[in-house]
Design a binder for this molecule. Sequence first.
Ligand code: PGA
Length: 259
Amino acid sequence: MEIVICKSKEEASRKAADMIAALVKKNPKCVLGLATGSTPVAMYSELAKDVKAKKISFKQVKTWNLDEYYGLAPTHDQSYRYFMNENLFKKIDIQLKNTHVLNGLAKNPEKECKSYEAAIKRAGGIDLQVLGIGSDGHIAFNEPGTSLKSRTSMVHLTPSTIKDNARLFFGGNMDEVPKSALSMGVGTICEAKKIVLLAFGAGKADAVKGMVEGGMSQFCTASALQAHNDAWVFCDEAAASKLKLKEYYAWRSETVLKG
Ligand code: PGA
């Protein structure tokens, strides 16, 4: 795992965007795994700037999102489909038919999850997966206690995630946050060829510490990334503040990034 510690969220978002832009340039038909939440918004804005400046094009890119609330229609303004349309897809030149988000209204969630995985496989697998991290160490909606080999399935949110999500979304109302979701599994995520995880703010410091320097454990599902051989963590100083070896990571990532 490479840990890139930046002075600010803006700098980290730009660096992560550069990594994605480089892939899109090299392979205009690449397959991206995308994430929602407050964390990737600045990075998505950077990518939109690159498209506007004609540095990159998403015309042939295909995307699969990590998760969706169960019970929310794609048109619901708190659904992850809606979020992606507003925060990225409408701002870039991607073809909407090439973007995929799990259907929160699926009558047969098991079937929906299986066909989602099959579609990713048919597309050749995910070349680069974007991730945030929950304050409890989750990736996608894989809460503590989820198998590190889990596949895409129906999952249930912890009270802390419901609280975090209500704080930023749903007008602060915890009762409005769905308690279940459809989510890519930890095992599914770890099959992506490259991973770019973003983490900002002191509220993520414990989760980042657990992911990077804790034991690999289902108690912090992000720790599964320790076994991935091309995983990058772009964080600000606050999110990195509890890391024991932060000076070493900073030096190493400088060397690796400059190649
Ligand atoms: P956030 O959520 O970006 O809104 O902090 C991250 C996550 O839960 O994965």
